[in-house]
Design a protein around this ligand. Structure first.
Ligand code: E4P
Length: 229
């Protein structure tokens, strides 16, 4: 499975890039806002001067399909390694599948995002092409947030895509390191993770007895620091 970094903090992105931890990057408007970005294009172009040999997704930010279409073409023109993120729906709940079909027809590499249902996966799969690279981002963490298990959904999505469009399936919004293993078992091609999860990857296969001791050490240190009597 390929690991991508999800975020818009340039320093963190470069650390992940030069650290060789990740094979690609994803951003979204919320992460950009969190990183304090106000000039979208200037930010994207700056990133792309430094990261030009690994896939990186930038999302359209309009809410009407005509403007999204124009933004997609503009974003696509910024770099060979750019995937344009198109949300599967607009804020009115109208499907973006026709827009996806049009952009695929133009040969634009897409990352279809904010997908939460298998019906959405199927609808996108129907209009993608094996000749135009594409990523299908299913927000597994947001599915889990509702109390549903994303694993069977992701496994089915992987089968659907492999049989037809051959788009890459991305496990989005992971909540814990366990999700990296789950994504791999489900047949996902990519998982994108924020810095907090990337940091925790060093915990992979950590000895659990030692982790138990470290946990108690933390309690003890904090009790001492608090000066409990
Ligand atoms: C993926 O490309 C998205 O940017 C991201 O994983 C969304 O995460 P969230 O659902 O935690 O906002």
């Amino acid at each position: 499975i390929k690991l991508f970094a999800d975020g818009a903090n340039l320093d963190d992105m470069l650390a992940a890039y030069y650290g060789g931890i990740v094979q690609g990057f994803t951003t979204n408007p919320t992460l950009m806002r969190k990183a304090g970005i106000t000039d979208y294009e200037a930010f994207a172009r700056e990133v792309l001067t430094m990261i030009c040999d690994r896939p990186i997704s930038f999302e359209v930010f309009a809410d009407d399909f005509e403007t999204m279409y124009r933004q997609a073409h503009k974003i696509n023109s910024w770099g060979e390694n750019v995937y344009v993120k198109i949300p599967i729906t607009n804020t009115k709940g109208e499907s973006a599948v026709a827009l996806v079909k049009r952009l695929v027809g133009d040969g634009i590499k897409l990352n279809v995002t904010a997908i939460l249902t298998l019906d959405q996966v199927q609808a996108v799969n129907n209009v993608l092409s094996p000749y135009v690279p594409a990523i299908v981002s299913v927000f597994a963490g947001r599915i889990a947030d509702t109390g549903s298990d994303p694993v069977p959904i992701m496994a089915q999505a992987a089968q659907m895509l492999k049989a037809e469009s051959q788009a890459e399936l991305l496990w989005a919004s992971p909540r814990e390191v366990l999700n990296v293993y789950q994504a791999e078992i489900c047949g996902c091609d990519i998982i994108t993770a924020t810095g907090d999860i990337l940091k925790k990857l060093s915990m992979r296969d950590k000895d659990l007895s030692e982790l138990s001791r470290e946990t108690v050490q933390m309690f003890y240190d904090d009790a001492c620091k608090a000066g409990f009597k």
